[in-house]
Design a protein around this ligand. Structure first.
Ligand SMILES: C[C@H]1CC[C@H](NC(=O)Cn2ccnc2)CC1
Length: 329
């Protein structure tokens, strides 16, 4: 069958949380198309880490089975991480159900996860080759579910400060304008990766980024692009500065922010709304704002995170390794 769950943004759209039922216990988790582990806060964790969270209890699940000798250890691009043991259980996401899903029970989590009490773990939706379970790597929920889905697809419909949805096995055409533009994905890296070699700032000329590559990453809050794109963009924003203290580009909150169009696989120019590039105030007075578009390393992999998803409905096709995109309706 298909599955559909809400995707509810935390304050400031830092991340989006969706209900996942594990062994009959429903827990709000962060769906991450940039990683491939499903790990959860649980009763094995130290009490101090469990505090404030929903904690899966493997002992009260009648379907949980420990995977003897298996463990996981994952670290994320922002320096956060988790590690622990592994079992299997029935995982149900809005009706899409996998009976023998690897469920990773963290016994250690980094402080940023402990502090974020709205989030109780991640559901990795990148390719299974990135799964960190040892000695035997396990599959993602999507990989396990794909054969039972009417179509081998999941979609992300993320919104600014509003409830959106993740859907498995169905493309809801009422959620986007026009038709989806499809692009082949290079899964070699394990990410939903595509070429992104052109961009345009506002109504300006299309510019080239030779060899540009990007991934679609729902688990990253911002949009991390090549410095050439970031410089071209903020050169059009009065008062934009590279603010070392804050750790990125800031600008006056009243600034007029142009849209940014980025090439998706040579097939489609995805327009990211300027409003969504005004990410958050950095000062109490709300005078100075932090940019949703920030620079990565020159020539490095670009990470199109939630800032892009707020403008674009995205379909991930695991049947033919492609990504479909269209503006939200
Ligand atoms: C090379 C890329 C670097 C950025 C990676 N994204 C994340 O780490 C997103 N995330 C998940 C939990 N906390 C942050 C994806 C790989």
């Amino acid at each position: 069958g298909t599955g559909v769950v809400t995707a509810t943004p935390e304050q400031g759209d830092v991340e989006y949380l969706s209900p996942v039922t594990i062994g009959g216990q429903t827990i709000n988790m962060d769906f991450d198309s940039g990683s491939s582990d499903l790990w959860v806060f649980n009763t094995e964790l130290a009490a101090g880490s469990q505090a404030g969270h929903s904690n899966f209890n493997p002992e009260t699940s009648t379907t949980f089975q420990l995977l003897q000798g298996a463990s996981f250890e994952i670290s994320y691009g922002d320096g956060s991480g988790a590690a622990g043991n592994v079992g299997t259980d029935t995982v149900n996401i809005g009706g899409a159900t996998v009976t023998n899903q690897a469920v990773e029970l963290a016994t250690a989590v980094s402080s940023s996860f402990v502090q974020d009490t709205q989030s109780n773990g991640l559901v990795g939706l990148a390719f299974s080759k990135l799964n960190t379970i040892k000695p035997v790597q396990q599959k993602t929920f999507f990989d396990n579910a794909i054969a039972t889905l009417p179509i081998p697809v999941f979609t992300a419909d993320l919104r600014h400060a509003a409830v959106g949805a993740y859907e498995f096995g169905n493309i809801d055409s009422t959620k986007f304008n026009g038709s989806l533009s499809w692009t082949d994905v290079n899964a070699t890296s394990g990410f939903w990766q595509f070429s992104s070699q052109q961009f345009a700032v506002g109504t300006g000329p299309t510019m080239n980024l030779a060899g540009g590559q990007a991934i679609a990453d729902t688990g990253t809050t911002l949009m991390i692009a090549d410095p050439s794109i970031v410089n071209a963009y903020y050169s059009q924003v009065q008062g934009a500065v590279n603010n070392e203290t804050v750790g990125g580009v800031t600008f006056p909150c009243a600034a007029q922010l142009p849209d940014l169009a980025v090439d998706i696989g040579g097939n489609y120019m995805a327009t990211v709304r300027g409003d969504d590039i005004n990410f958050s105030p950095v000062d109490a007075a709300g005078t100075t704002c932090f940019g949703g578009l920030q620079a990565g390393t020159a020539g490095g992999l670009q990470i199109y995170g939630d800032i892009m998803f707020k403008s674009q409905f995205v379909a991930f096709n695991g049947g033919n390794n492609s990504i479909g995109m269209a503006p939200h309706q």
